[in-house]
Design a protein around this ligand. Structure first.
Ligand code: GDP
Ligand code: MG
Length: 178
């Protein structure tokens, strides 16, 4: 059984590459203040509680308008849908829920794949922004507040990721111990 694939999808600048680099423990993906600098899909191996998986960072090239951002997000979401076992949908807690988030949320919901909703840039978890609860409108379950900058609540996200892998992956892991 090959490793499960987890893809990170979300608008430019929400912090996908920052999260990716923190999880893989290396600076593999480019982090920039300019939106859209992740030029390609970037893969790395990741591990949590002895469960190994492949993590994919997605991004677009210099989107200059809301339309392009949206079409690139559609493309990313499509790639993630096709490839991933689990989709990590990242939104920006400082920006709040946007139209593009809603559009991609609808696409992701339709895939029937496991989607984990993470709201990044919640640097002070005890102070959730008032509009945090808007993210429930996406219909993707409970949003997990994280800060990629400070690695806050990563354990919750990683637990949820590995728990959502197909059961036979765990069986595989156990078998290798005998
Ligand atoms: P991407 O376009 O989604 O890959 O986003 P990046 O990872 O390139 O990050 C975009 C910007 O957001 C950079 O300036 C990051 O330093 C910043 N950023 C990422 N995560 C956080 C976070 O948890 N808190 C804050 N305050 N800024 C963050
Ligand atoms: Mg990026």
């Amino acid at each position: 059984m090959s490793k499960p694939i987890v893809a990170i999808v979300g608008r430019p600048n929400v912090g996908k590459s920052t999260f990716f680099n923190r999880i893989v423990g290396r600076r593999v993906s480019i982090v920039e203040d300019t939106p859209g600098v992740t030029r390609d899909r970037i893969y790395a191996e990741a591990e949590w509680n002895n469960i190994h998986f492949a993590l994919i960072d997605t991004g677009g090239i210099e989107p200059s308008s809301a339309d392009i951002i949206l079409s690139q997000m559609r493309e990313q979401a499509q790639i993630a849908m096709d490839m991933a076992d689990v989709i990590l949908f990242m939104c920006d807690g400082k920006d709040g829920l946007t139209t593009a988030d809603r559009e991609v949320g609808i696409m992701l919901r339709r895939t029937g794949k496991k989607v984990i909703l993470v709201i990044n840039k919640i640097d002070v978890p005890s102070k959730l922004p008032d509009d945090f609860y808007d993210f429930y409108e996406l219909g993707l379950g409970e949003p997990i507040a994280i800060s990629s900058a400070n690695m806050l609540n990563f354990g919750d996200v990683l637990d949820e990721i590995v728990e959502s892998f197909p059961k036979d992956i765990y069986d595989d892991e156990e078998e290798t111990e005998f």
